[in-house]
Design a protein around this ligand. Structure first.
Ligand code: ADP
Ligand code: ZN
Length: 832
């Protein structure tokens, strides 16, 4: 009877692969990692199923053997493996990609070719005519000129670099090397790379028996040596060398002692603790918080949720609480109850790197039974935290999107904070939505899932409205603090009075001046980076576009007053042209403005004020955001200008004014979520004002004061917005009324993309005849060119996701060549 396993390998678009387990190897458990052959490579995969001879005997001989089994016990918990398979199915992506999303850093071991030039290759003049183009042959050989073993990866990288100078044609490095090998010009070696164990090790010094004797006896010891031994005698388990250095014991001294056998220096694995880094502000009121009395609203919601959690059955609840209503306190108490009952807790937040307060609050309450998982951590930190969770040393995990796959067992509570936030959706394969996977995870674990937000997504509120989720509401702020008083400034009036180049309206300038005079703080939001948003030609009316993408370049100010034009999609950058690339006229002007311009205007208007900017450009360095926010929290900054990053869940009690420089940035987009996103952003940022003793105010500048997003955001009336938006979605056949899937086909020309998309859509339309869904398109995508590729777009809309998924799977199986060039997005966040 053949012993077979199905394995997910992290290669896009590959289905599960079946391998035979040879005699002498234990049949690996589901969740264990194995080394398997894949073409010419060896890769790590994860066992997702043991196949009990289900395959026909006749097939088995054709199967390849597992080379090695890395784990004697499941590396991924089986529950996480099956969650990964669910993701692969629901989001119509390969199982390997989905399982990979659940893996920690350093979990993969892969084989990699190393290449070295041979004797014959060095004398390339004598080399006989090979099978390879001479130019390519010479390029590769010149890369190997030093005679060292060189990874294939770096050859591929350098070839690509050389090619990108010319019109980028991908050079198949592996094929080239194989040809050179056949011609005897290079040697190839296949080595394994990566580590199965990736803990950081540190040097630890401990006193040896001989050292203890030396202290007691009359050995000759220098004063420094004696000092070190005395110190070490007090810590029998030893002390890290780095710590000793802080205490004035140099490594030199330790080495000398070790040389005499008085001290032992060993390497120990250590866990990198992300809480060690200063990025985390101390939640100063932590102790006070535990003794707090819940408000009436908090208590009612908490009691209800507590009862749901105690039932140990799947239940979903939406906690709709205005900003500052104390949702976090409810999460903390529920988590305490669930831990008490012996189950674990998973807490998701959109961007912990930016809002460490939530993680900090859990850490304060639960100590080191909390692990955190987010992409701002180094790989090492993430790995160590993951291992700690896997060992069961943790009861609570706080993390971003991918933490939904955290290897916790026996989960009793899943919290998704700010559930409406778009960053829960991964915008690359696998394109899963962290919130939706979290609900599914809770369902599989018979747990309670709590979705929290001041501005719930339409999907979630609709689920609550029709009874699938329990709805709990917090309408009032803690201490009944009033919500900010919002003024809308119609910028058409400002333009009429003061010209079209006004950035800060008169009312906004006056309001800022007032706050500065009172030593209060101001947040200014503009959800658009850069200095100017376009370079515009007054002769031909064109804008300067990116050569790789169909978008206009954004002007950024560089060092020493220079200006550069940059593409926000592919990072192409150039000096700002002085003549139009299209018509050569020298009449270029910059149009539109971004955060950099706002920062400059504020500095000009308020010369004494301390002004900083928080956007993706300003925080390129790791930790820079936390640093800026820390300074703002300590009131070392008066005015903070930024993109949506400043709207996230920060709690700055001295902020009494929020200014929205333009509410219209997202409104103009031809996207079905444009209004929803605008309403959410405005409500969230307005909610940053007046969280302390002083009441808050907000000023929203707009050209469309009548738009319902702005009208309802002004009164922070979520329910009114929900009704209007729902009516729009119903009329337009958009989610949550229908399930939507979008597809993009990429090709080197738009004609090619349209033709291929047409073929695919015809196949899908055929499957959709049952009436479960409709196939729309194809059409050129809104960004018709991106990173040098042309794109055609299509949609599936319907009532049954399963039918759409099956159709997509069948269509792509029939069109394997297309597969790699198609991006399928199930439940897309945007149709742009
Ligand atoms: P939300 O997440 O709903 O915007 P938070 O959970 O951040 O609100 O709570 C707002 C503030 O009120 C925080 O500073 C929090 O510590 C405080 N807080 C929460 N609950 C209480 C309570 N029952 N009594 C006093 N202060 C509270
Ligand atoms: Zn570009």
């Amino acid at each position: 009877m053949p012993r077979l396993v199905s394995v997910a390998v992290p290669v896009p678009a590959l289905e599960l692969l079946t391998y035979r387990v040879p005699e002498g190897l234990e049949v690996p458990a589901v969740g264990a990692r194995v080394l398997v052959p894949l073409g010419a490579r060896r890769v790590t995969g994860v066992v997702v199923r043991q196949e009990a001879a289900a395959l026909a005997e006749g097939q088995a001989p054709a199967l390849k053997d597992v080379i090695d089994v890395f784990d004697g016990t499941p590396f991924l918990p089986p529950g996480v493996v099956s969650l990964g398979l669910w993701v692969a199915d629901y989001y119509a992506c390969g199982p390997g990609a989905a399982i990979a999303a659940a893996m920690p850093p350093f979990a993969w071991v892969e084989s990699e070719w190393r290449v070295r030039v041979t004797e014959a290759g060095t004398k390339r003049a004598e080399a006989r005519q090979g099978s390879l183009r001479p130019a390519l042959r010479d390029s590769v050989l010149s890369l190997l000129a030093g005679g060292r073993w060189t990874p294939l990866r770096s050859i591929a990288y350098q070839l690509e670099h050389m090619a990108s100078g010319r019109r980028g044609r991908a050079v198949p490095a592996r094929a080239a090397v194989r040809a050179l090998q056949a011609d005897g010009l290079v040697d190839v070696d296949d080595v394994l790379e990566g580590q199965a164990e990736a803990f950081k090790t540190i040097r630890v010094a401990g006193i040896a028996a001989k050292g203890t004797d030396a202290l007691a006896g009359s050995n000759v010891l220098g004063p420094k040596q004696r000092e070190a031994l005395v110190l070490l005698a007090g810590v029998p388990e030893g002390m890290p060398v780095a710590k000793l250095r802080e205490r004035g014991v140099s490594y030199d001294v330790l080495q000398r002692l070790a040389g005499r056998g008085l001290v032992e220096i060993r390497r120990e694995a250590t866990e990198r603790d992300p809480f060690d880094t200063p990025a985390l502000p101390a939640a100063s009121d932590a102790k006070a918080a535990e003794g707090r009395v819940l408000t009436g609203e908090q208590a009612a919601s908490y009691e209800r949720l507590r009862r749901l959690a105690a039932e140990r059955r799947f239940a979903a609840a939406l906690l709709h609480g205005v900003t500052g209503s104390g949702k976090t306190e409810i999460y903390l108490r529920l988590a305490g109850d669930v831990c008490q009952a012996g189950r674990s807790v998973l807490v998701l937040a959109p961007e912990i790197g930016l809002t460490p307060a939530l993680a900090g609050a859990f850490r304060q309450r639960f100590g080191d039974r909390v692990a955190i998982q987010h992409s701002g951590l180094s790989d090492g930190e993430r790995h160590d935290q993951w291992q700690k969770i896997r060992r069961g040393a943790v009861s609570v995990v706080v993390g971003t999107r991918s933490a939904v796959f955290a290897p916790l067992e026996s989960i009793g509570l899943v919290v998704v904070d700010e559930e409406h936030d778009g960053s829960y959706k991964q915008e690359e394969t696998p394109r899963y939505h962290g919130r939706d996977v979290a609900v599914m995870r809770a369902k599989r674990e018979d747990a309670l899932v709590v979705l929290g937000s001041a501005t719930p997504s339409l999907e979630s509120y609709q689920n609550a409205a029709n009874g699938r989720y329990e709805l709990l509401t917090l309408d009032r702020r803690i201490f009944d603090r009033p919500l900010a008083d919002v003024t809308v400034v119609d910028m058409r009036g400002e333009f009429a009075k003061r010209g079209p180049d006004v950035v800060l309206s008169q009312p906004l300038v006056e309001a800022i001046a007032l706050r500065l005079a009172r030593a209060e703080q101001v947040l200014l939001l503009l959800n658009r980076r850069g200095f100017a948003t376009a370079v515009f030609c007054r002769q031909c009316a064109g804008t300067v576009e990116c050569p790789n993408c169909s978008v206009s370049l954004t002007v950024h100010s560089g060092p020493r007053g220079t200006m550069r034009a940059r593409c926000h999609y592919c990072n192409y950058s150039t000096v700002v042209p002085t003549t139009c690339p299209a018509c050569a006229a020298p009449y270029l002007v910059q149009a539109g403005f971004g955060t950099e311009r706002v920062e400059r205007e504020v500095v000009a208007a308020f010369p004494g004020a301390r002004v900083e900017r928080l956007d993706r450009d300003a925080i390129r360095r790791r930790g820079a955001a936390a640093l800026l926010l820390g300074r703002f929290g300590r009131r070392e900054i008066d005015v903070l200008v930024g993109t949506q990053m400043i709207a996230k869940g920060h709690d700055f009690p001295r902020v009494t004014l929020v200014g929205v420089v333009s509410a219209d940035v997202g409104l103009g987009l031809a996207d079905f979520r444009a209004s929803e996103r605008t309403f959410q952003l405005l409500t969230q940022v307005v909610g940053r004002a007046g969280r302390g003793e002083e009441p808050g105010a907000a000023i929203i500048q707009t050209l469309y004061p009548e738009h319902y997003s702005i009208r309802h955001a002004r009164r922070q009336d979520y329910r009114a917005f929900f009704q209007d938006e729902l009516a729009f979605r119903r009329a337009m056949h958009y989610p949550p009324y229908v399930a939507l899937t979008s597809g993009i086909v990429r090709a080197t020309t738009i004609a090619g993309a349209m033709t291929d998309a047409g073929t695919l859509v015809r196949a899908l339309r055929e499957s959709g005849r049952g009436g479960h869904f409709q196939a729309l398109g194809p059409a050129p995508a809104p960004f018709v060119k991106l990173r040098g590729e042309h794109r055609a777009q299509f949609f599936l809309k319907g009532s049954r996701r399963a039918a759409m998924r099956d159709a997509i799977r069948r269509a792509l199986e029939a069109l394997p060549d297309l597969r790699r060039r198609v991006v399928i997005d199930v439940d897309p966040m945007s149709v742009l």
